[in-house]
Design a protein around this ligand. Structure first.
Ligand SMILES: [Zn+2]
Length: 296
């Protein structure tokens, strides 16, 4: 009998970011805490989403070393192309040179865009001063579309393309043995969802379809990309994220500008973390003159 799998989550704490305009009510600009997941068997492990800044990636690598000094990291899987989930690859690769970074073809294309000069410029504006070391190109290998399976000592894990969620071409990793989905940014846990690339009703519908795709596997645990640190990653966050996207669509029809949208969302849903992401989303939904926020 093969050994059972286990899953561990590393959560990088909130870090300061530079917003294009100050956040209303003098709220400190902080990037929402971001998760990396380690799925492991007796002797091997697969890391999902190698985080962002060099500080975060170094802490993640130290954590892996301390947790499993004797396990071999075989793959690093990237759920979606946003840099805050994969720029840490440059550090992780130094620390685990035998691990192969992999992603779906769509995610890999997005990653290439993020490490292009234009993509780097956006992230440098938000996080200046050499906090990020951008991975070399190509940042990962594309999984063949006809076989999106990763193997962990005989256990199969499945990469599942899910289309648009908080960005285009997102995916999640399904771990059948644990009835667990590593959902990236398809699902948020008590954190304001990033809607800056989901500005129309059809795109909001596509995101809800992506949530439904995760739901269709009947997961018992849904690991999210961004969360309130103390919040448990229950499958109920599928419904909660869907409700949030629907609320957003309703409030877009009622708000008059970015500030008004910001206040309305916080009135209806005050307990979430990540006002930076909320403000950025409001600025994209209600653009104004001199809005320097480029698409990440
Ligand atoms: Zn993210």
């Amino acid at each position: 009998m093969s050994s059972p799998l286990r899953a561990d989550v590393f959560l990088a704490p909130a870090i300061p970011a530079i917003p294009p305009f100050p956040i209303p009510h003098a709220i400190p600009p902080l990037w929402t805490p971001t998760a990396a997941t380690l799925i492991s068997s007796a002797h091997e492990a697969i890391l999902v989403d190698p985080l962002f800044t060099t500080t975060q990636a170094t802490a993640l690598a130290d954590w892996i070393d301390a947790l499993f000094p004797d396990k071999r990291l075989t793959y690093i899987y990237i759920t979606h192309g946003h840099g805050d989930h994969f720029f840490g690859l440059s550090t992780l690769r130094q620390r685990f040179p035998n691990a192969t970074a992999v992603a779906t073809e769509g995610v890999l294309k997005h990653m290439e865009q993020q490490i292009s000069p234009a993509g780097q410029a956006v992230w440098e504006t938000l996080f200046p001063g050499g906090q990020i070391v951008f991975p070399a190109s190509p940042p990962a290998e594309a999984l063949p579309a006809h076989d999106l399976t990763l193997e962990l000592e005989g256990h199969k894990l499945h990469a599942v393309p899910a289309g648009h969620s908080d960005t285009d071409d997102s995916s999640f990793l399904w771990v059948p043995d644990l009835k667990l989905a590593v959902a990236g940014d398809i699902v948020y846990n008590n954190a304001y969802s990033f809607l800056a690339e989901t500005l129309t009703a059809p795109l909001r519908e596509q995101w809800i379809d992506a949530i439904q795709k995760v739901r269709s596997f009947r997961p018992e645990t849904v690991i999210v990309g961004h969360k309130t640190p103390s919040a448990v990653d229950g499958a109920w966050n599928l419904d909660a994220t869907e409700r949030y996207i629907e609320m957003w669509g309703r409030l877009v029809g009622e708000a008059k500008d970015a500030e008004d949208m910001f206040d309305r969302v916080r009135r209806e849903d005050p307990d979430r973390t990540g006002e930076f992401v909320l403000w950025w989303s409001c600025l994209q939904q209600f653009p104004r003159e001199g809005n320097a926020t480029a698409k990440a």
